[in-house]
Design a protein around this ligand. Structure first.
Ligand SMILES: Cc1cc2nc3c(=O)[nH]c(=O)nc-3n(C[C@H](O)[C@H](O)[C@H](O)COP(=O)(O)OP(=O)(O)OC[C@H]3O[C@@H](n4cnc5c(N)ncnc54)[C@H](O)[C@@H]3O)c2cc1C
Length: 347
């Protein structure tokens, strides 16, 4: 089999790159081994504001302008609904917190998103000593549905193999690459935290930030917005909510843990005061980079080997833009911005 591209990994990064390939009529084959879960368990929230500090997310406006039509196009092609829009309500911790919000509302990059009119309403089951601030232009991509449907779409067309990509089987010739029965011009590695097993790119400084989430059923809680307090409570419908997330920098597994569950239960006690049952617990490793910029570009010695990784805590917003940047770099010779280019790190 001869293709233009081999793509390793079908999470948000691989999927966004495959969309570029499809749009440009390039041939490809994807390898996916289910070793990482980040894109399957993600909250999927897109929010242009960092609510800890009330500062804008890096290139938020530009990223959303690419990301929202990107997901819309997939919804139409696959006949699914994955983009659920809602308001985020930030529960203020103190009067100072509230005052900082008012200052932030006037910042040019935040004016479209932060509502200067506070919400003083009370919501049954929600613990709040102060008011709420509304964040607009936010929502959630149901990433599990997206990734699973997309894998199915590729499977029907025989464009994905559900097997481990074995790096040691890769033969790099002058021009082409041979991998088992596949001859290709390039390999794009979109392996998330799996990059640590990749002998070509494991020199890149990817950190593991394990995250865990609970799904709860709370019959007396009836909110249609995402509540952002000590943790987030995200409505799924039918009085079910996703609650999260933890950050653990030492555990390198994607298994749900007792510690993660206890931490979330403990924090949730300070956020809601109605009964609930736990329906599910999930975990995954966010592929994060110090400096919070993705890892994109061509291997310094082998120009057929490419990486698309480091989406960190915001894969939903970042993936479509960086995949587009990468494709235009590879196929049209347009330079990658220094901020995201892996050339900022030496081997
Ligand atoms: C608990 C949690 C909550 C999150 N919440 C949000 C959120 O609300 N909003 C947001 O934008 N982001 C969120 N994220 C972050 C988001 O999930 C990531 O940014 C994104 O999923 C990373 O996508 P990826 O494709 O780079 O990596 P992954 O999703 O890890 O995908 C990599 C894929 O490559 C495959 N793979 C790896 N090695 C191989 C190999 N050798 N052969 C074959 N296949 C291989 C893996 O199985 C995997 O499917 C969250 C993450 C976690 C863990």
């Amino acid at each position: 089999m001869k293709v233009d591209y081999i793509v390793v990994g079908l999470g948000l990064a691989g999927l966004a790159f495959v969309e570029e390939l499809i749009a440009a009529n390039k041939s490809f084959i994807v390898f996916e081994d289910d070793s990482q879960t980040s894109s399957l368990v993600a909250g999927g929230v897109y929010n242009p504001v960092i609510l800890k500090r009330f500062t804008p997310v890096w290139n938020a406006k530009e990223q959303l302008e690419v990301a929202l039509p990107f997901y819309k196009k997939i919804e139409e092609r696959l006949n699914i609904i994955i983009d659920e829009k809602f308001v985020i309500k930030k529960a203020f911790k103190s009067i100072e917190d509230q005052n900082t919000w008012f200052e932030a509302c006037d910042k040019p990059k935040l004016v479209d998103y932060l509502d200067p009119e506070l919400d003083t309403q009370r919501y049954n089951g929600v613990i709040a000593k102060f008011s709420f601030g509304n964040v607009h232009e936010t929502g959630r991509i149901n990433t599990k549905k997206l990734v699973e449907s997309y894998r199915g779409y590729l499977e029907e067309r025989k464009l994905i193999r559900f097997e481990n990509f074995e790096h040691e089987q890769l033969n790099l010739n002058e021009e082409l690459i041979q991998y088992k029965d596949v001859t290709a011009s390039r390999v794009v590695f979109c392996e998330g935290y799996g990059i640590t097993e990749n002998p070509y790119f494991n020199y890149l400084p990817l950190n593991e930030a394990k995250g865990e989430l609970l799904t709860i059923h709370a019959p007396e809680l009836n909110i249609g917005f995402l509540l952002k307090s000590t943790l987030f409570v995200l409505p799924l419908g039918g009085n079910n909510y996703k609650v999260g997330a933890t950050f653990n920098w030492t555990d390198k597994t994607s298994n749900p843990s007792k510690e993660g569950k206890e931490e979330l239960i403990d924090k949730l006690r300070k956020v809601i005061d109605v009964p609930y049952t736990i329906v599910d617990q999930t975990a995954g490793i966010r592929p994060t980079v110090a400096g919070r910029r993705p890892l994109v570009g061509v291997h310094p010695k082998h120009n057929q080997l490419i990486v698309l990784n480091g989406l960190g805590t915001r894969g939903v917003m970042i993936a479509p833009t960086v995949a587009k940047n990468l494709f235009s770099h590879l196929e049209k010779g347009n330079a990658l911005s220094e901020e995201i280019d892996i050339r900022r790190f030496s081997m």
